[in-house]
Write a protein that binds this ligand. Sequence first.
Ligand code: NAG
Ligand code: NAG
Ligand code: NAG
Ligand code: NAG
Ligand code: NAG
Ligand code: NAG
Ligand code: NAG
Ligand code: NAG
Length: 759
Amino acid sequence: MADNGRQCLRANLFLSFLLASFLGRYLPGCLAQLACVGEEGDDDAGGNRTAVYIVHVRKPERMIHAGPEELAAWHRSFLPSLDSGEPRLVFSYSKSMSGFAARLTPEEVEAMAGKEGFLSALPDEKLYPQTTYTPDFLRLRPDVWRAANRGEGVIIGVIDSGINPEHVSFAGSKGVRRWPPRKWRGYCEFYRHRTCGRKLLGARNYDAGAKAEQPLPYDIEGHGTHVAATAAGGEIRGANVYGYANGTASGAAPGAHLAVYKAATVAEVLAAINQAIEDGVDVLCIPLASQEADLPIFLDVVAIGTLAAVRKGILVVAAAGNYGPLAGTLRNGAPWIMTVGASTTDRALRASLRLSNGVELPGEALHRNDSSQLLDELPLTYPTAKRGQLPAEACSHLRAAKVTGKVVLCHTGANMTTAEKAKIVMAAGGVAMVVMNSEKRGQTIAEVPDLDIPTIVLDYNTSLRLREYVAKSPRLKATVIPAGTTFGNRPAPTVASFSSRGPSAANGGILKPDILAPGVNILAASHAAQSGFSIASGTSVAAAHIAGIAAILNKTNPSWNPSMIRSAIMTTSRLGDMTGVGPITDEKGTAASLFATGAGHVDPWGAADPGLAYSVEFGDYVRYLCGLGYSDVQVSVTAGFPVQCAAVGKLDAEQLNYPSIAVKLNSSATAPKAVGRTLTSVRCSIGTYKASVELPAGVAAKVSPRRLLFLRKGQRRRFAVTFSIANSTLVEAGDVIEGRLRWSSDVNVVTSPLLVTIA
Ligand SMILES: *[C@@H]1O[C@H](CO)[C@@H](O)[C@H](O)[C@H]1NC(C)=O
Ligand SMILES: *[C@@H]1O[C@H](CO)[C@@H](O)[C@H](O)[C@H]1NC(C)=O
Ligand SMILES: *[C@@H]1O[C@H](CO)[C@@H](O)[C@H](O)[C@H]1NC(C)=O
Ligand SMILES: *[C@@H]1O[C@H](CO)[C@@H](O)[C@H](O)[C@H]1NC(C)=O
Ligand SMILES: *[C@@H]1O[C@H](CO)[C@@H](O)[C@H](O)[C@H]1NC(C)=O
Ligand SMILES: *[C@@H]1O[C@H](CO)[C@@H](O)[C@H](O)[C@H]1NC(C)=O
Ligand SMILES: *[C@@H]1O[C@H](CO)[C@@H](O)[C@H](O)[C@H]1NC(C)=O
Ligand SMILES: *[C@@H]1O[C@H](CO)[C@@H](O)[C@H](O)[C@H]1NC(C)=O
């Protein structure tokens, strides 16, 4: 609810500015709204509060070819001449959008709205790294993830919390044999350190909040380092964990170059995108998300900046968000972004909880290989306070009398991390902790921290069993038995409970997320030490995997545009469990919906040879924005240049040449609905493809033509899918029906998810 409130407020703000600028009138109520939005302002001498605003402006003719300095001078002309002492212009954007970020009071924004060329102004906001847990553990496990090709010569940009440049995964020229391609024009701010090299080409700091303490783009929190290493960390041989699993740790594209941009707010991310475009990156990974779901695209400044990047041929990969498992929690859902959800892998950090009644319950734990973590059998305690008080169950408050010398049962939740709870347990004298997943987390164990006391995490069903045993025999004792890393665990992959779910209300019905990638308990470089590693979970980690795989595809298929890389990844994805039986499941253990999986789970081998691709041209995105019903001004703000929808035409979201197909059907109307798509051959050989549709009985889809013949690479063929209600007794309004469309040749199968929403 709070989210919606803020979003409405933003929308109001936007509209009032538009009105103000067009009618040149002052709107009552606007000031009050601004005052409460510009909350992070500083009091200046006059007692007026300034905050950072992102201001969209329409470039006049004479500015179209202006250089960055001329542009900045023009941007300054919008700012008040009266200087409050602090610099007003924060960023002047030349590439990522048409506009600038500036420190302003609400009154000043109001005054600016009357100036010629002003389009809109939005308050800056913080973005959140979509990595959930990053406890360090200074050990190494070989990553299950190894991609086919090293991605040499491709530049991956990462916008996050900076980087640990000294880490062995990046330092020097780590595994990269060639110097960067000539298109690289970036800069490394670690100038005094010989840390940038052929691997880490560039590093810039845009994070104003962090600059006060550390001007260089060092990573203090750990997300950025982990994400960069997951995407393109160099190979490290002979990696092992206390003698366990010995092998090679590596990013998804170990040969790719990295360009790192440290940024934390929307204005900073926009500056980072601006720089990344100038620097010449190929793939841009944005593992950050807004706290607000379903921001309309014209208010979503990150979406606006990424559209500019896509226009320059950059593939943008972003986190779907860690706000699952509820529906409608998706972030970064604009159709030019590759939106990535998180899945589990078949690897587990196994341990079991052995009870004195002879039962052994499976869980996961990170065990230190020393005596401090070896445990005798000790009494269990389940410190449920008064009925219905979750905080006590979650171990946020504990009384020493109840827990001293015992194994303490805690729940996930209550807005605290397991590490925070461990501190409380230890302070109260507890000697070990059992963390029981809430129903919401289900079977996903995504937080296995390295703690000073033995800790085991149980999934929800196992937790229920444990609670039954404890209820039956209150004197039960228990011990934690470590079992090390195990592979081949089933089911896998599953959708992580935290992975955000569609639908996205803002994008006109396009199915999101696009794809799943590993994002649970992934090991990669740590920010804290030169050769340390950390384990993390999140859709950010999943996005990093896709960024690396995209780099490899860019290397092997240099003629593909960003949407073709996305198409290759989506149309070749894996749809089922690794065992080959059954679908991908979610945290509940039931078949995951398309709103959780998107097209399915990434299969890099398949993506390398997709046969056909759905390609989207930049102009299609502009017409799509018009098709969303946006005004010319809203479309212009989003596109970054003046657009008249009447001139360019409108494209319905259903008709965008996307690799997934989502349509709305009216249950009471009999008229069928046809959507068109165009396929492009990316194979040199001749291929005949036959269509097949898989849909439940209530809805029918007819493909026409049913066969497509491709004679050469680059050849395009158009087809239509006509959806109709086949049996109205089987469907009703509100139903969401899932299916698949497959184009099969002798060699390739090109699969698209079908989503039919009955209105
Ligand atoms: C503060 O606001 C008042 C009234 O809106 C205005 O007159 C004054 O010039 C402002 N002071 C500064 C330093 O911006
Ligand atoms: C790990 O494997 C490498 C190569 O296979 C070997 O040289 C090294 O001794 C191994 N390390 C450990 C700790 O087993
Ligand atoms: C870890 O612990 C196991 C079992 O106690 C022992 O066999 C192994 O040598 C230890 N490994 C290291 C690296 O200390
Ligand atoms: C959760 O904790 C964070 C930080 O401690 C706080 O900002 C937020 O308001 C809390 N949320 C809830 C629902 O309590
Ligand atoms: C991929 O590589 C080619 C040639 O190296 C380049 O022109 C293109 O823009 C790259 N990027 C993407 C995202 O396809
Ligand atoms: C948990 O138990 C319930 C009831 O026995 C079962 O239906 C469900 O599939 C189980 N969930 C998982 C993830 O195994
Ligand atoms: C569905 O079609 C009927 C009959 O054409 C129409 O009256 C109704 O408004 C439509 N409903 C929606 C949700 O479009
Ligand atoms: C529609 O479905 C119902 C229920 O399965 C079935 O009884 C009926 O025969 C079907 N009608 C047609 C036209 O297929």
